[in-house]
Design a protein around this ligand. Structure first.
Ligand code: AP5
Length: 190
């Protein structure tokens, strides 16, 4: 049976990995299985082997051509995976020279997703989550810049839908409402 491919996106710190993990717990109890893949981890493994970075947060500062090469190798590896696949990644990545499409045409044509999910919440909630997360080197930017990035992600997701015919779903992960976000995410995956 042909599996489903669902791409999960959201600006750094919005909590997409947290929501996905909660949704997958619900689905497991119902017998629905997904293989969960982190696109950044695939890219990081390649980047580490090539000795171009030491930690995953350095990747978005690499030269654009290097980031594109890493994207392509990750997409090719992910395209080989069969069954229901959930891909945790970015609609766009903020680089020093501007937004880089996370799913350019050559990545989309490898993966051909059924649905792209945008995990969003209020800009100032994301700012607070980044400030409270000491495990990562998050970009230092204000809530206005975070808002611009969320807006850009909606625009570029519309472009991805035009290329692939996939659907685009927005899941809101508001403070204190993780359970609701996880249920919305589980409904996309059921
Ligand atoms: P990646 O590993 O995906 O980094 P990220 O965006 O920082 O994602 P995380 O999973 O760490 O954060 P999150 O938003 O899921 O938040 P979390 O659940 O931890 O990617 C790493 C790098 O790979 C990228 O920077 C890029 O360079 C590269 N990359 C990836 N894909 C690429 C692509 N397609 N093209 C090019 N490059 C690519 O939660 C954050 C915090 O919020 C936690 O403290 C959590 O407890 C809290 N939280 C979550 N939900 C709630 C809630 N409802 N209420 C209160 N707090 C909450």
């Amino acid at each position: 049976m042909q599996g489903r491919k669902v791409i999960i996106t959201g600006v750094p710190g919005v909590g997409k990995t947290t929501v996905v993990n909660e949704a997958l717990k619900k689905l497991k109890s119902e017998g629905v299985e997904y293989q969960s893949i982190n696109f950044g981890t695939f890219m990081f493994e390649v980047a580490k082997n090539d000795n171009v970075v030491q930690d995953r947060d350095q990747m978005r500062t690499l030269d654009r051509t290097v980031q594109k090469r890493l994207q392509q190798r990750a997409a090719q590896a992910i395209a080989q995976i069969t069954g229901n696949v959930l891909i945790d990644t970015h609609a766009s990545v903020k680089t020093p020279t501007g937004y880089l499409a996370g799913l350019p045409e050559w990545v989309l044509r490898e993966i051909m997703p059924d649905t792209i999910v945008l995990v969003e919440t209020d800009d100032d909630q994301i700012l607070m989550r980044r400030l409270n997360d000491e495990t990562r080197s998050r970009d230092k930017e204000g809530s206005r810049a975070i808002g611009e990035h969320q807006q850009f992600n909606r625009s570029i997701a519309a472009g991805y839908a035009m290329i692939t015919g996939c659907t685009v779903k927005i899941v809101i992960n508001a403070d204190l409402l993780l359970e609701r976000a996880a249920e919305d995410m589980a409904n996309v995956l059921r």
